[in-house]
Design a protein around this ligand. Sequence first.
Ligand code: SAM
Length: 361
Amino acid sequence: MSKTVIPVAIARRGLAIPALSRDQASGPLADSRGRGLRDLRISVTDRCNFRCTYCMPKEVFDANYPFLPHAELLTFEEIVRVARVFRDLGIAKIRLTGGEPLLRRGIENLVAMLSTALPDVDLTLTTNGSALAQKAVALYAAGLRRVTVSLDSLDDATFRAMNDADFPVAKVLDAIDAAAAAGLTPVKINMVVKRGTNDHQVVDMARRFRGTGHVVRFIEFMDVGATNGWRMDDVVPSAEIVRRINEAFPCEPTNPNHHGEVAKRWRYRDGQGEFGIISSVTEAFCSTCNRARLSTDGSLYTCLFASQGYDLKSIIRGQGGDAELARAIAAVWQRREDRYSEIRTAETARARKVEISYIGG
Ligand code: SAM
């Protein structure tokens, strides 16, 4: 695994913001493939207390890793300002993520500011759960209504090995209970499935959370970033995941909640709830992707697998007003052509993409 990768340095070079094309300047925003802009993911910190081997491997994200200095991070006021501009451009949903969002000091204040400024936007947050038991009540009081918790295994040894921070599974299970008790429901639970590492836990995860009201989402291991040593052989295709669950608990597909929903929904035939499948590798969903990402330091990315973003922070911290910011975002979106997962090869998987912790998972 290369230690020479410095994704932030690559990212900082930034792409030039294109001009708004006149003929597309009115009406609902759509990219060059006709995809609208609906979701915004905001990375509020590029730091995490876990070192999940598939996301922030210890060998790369070590004591010498150049995490962003605090002054580079967007302030809460700046995040709310950008979020408001995105909402005016059509965003209906915001996910706070990272890195580990609960590590950002005062995160509940940001939640309160966003939920007050944008009451019509569906606000959610993805966390590794390590600080959720302590923060669940405050997050709910601040206006958060839903949360996604990452949990890759119920087996303690497997989980500790995957988070590579020796974090016990019991604490994440406690956090899920605390989130539900605080009203952050339905709790969604993200499990990244990696062959030979935790795929033996798929049916156990389904069994553990059936009938609880929580929704497990099984995610194919992806070639995000440039440091996780991704190989196609490590991917468990979603069709195989569904087959294994179906053998234990008969299930059937059900309708999406909305156009462009990331997870395909499946429900148990015995009425014990549902689970989701996120198959970005074997069944690419680029054609309906309506997600933009705002990096921790204020760059706009239009694809999880991008290698460069567009610097919005210079506009935010410059003299430009909201109208200039809106024009820049609209212009970038209109020119968007990304469809990485549709054209993925072993070759593209090795490209120097930015890290998911920086642009928000
Ligand atoms: N720290 C938070 C957490 O652990 O949920 C939020 C950030 S994390 C990058 C967001 C989600 O991305 C997690 O559910 C994580 O499992 C997922 N993820 C990270 N790397 C991935 C990969 N290589 N393939 C698939 N999912 C990945």
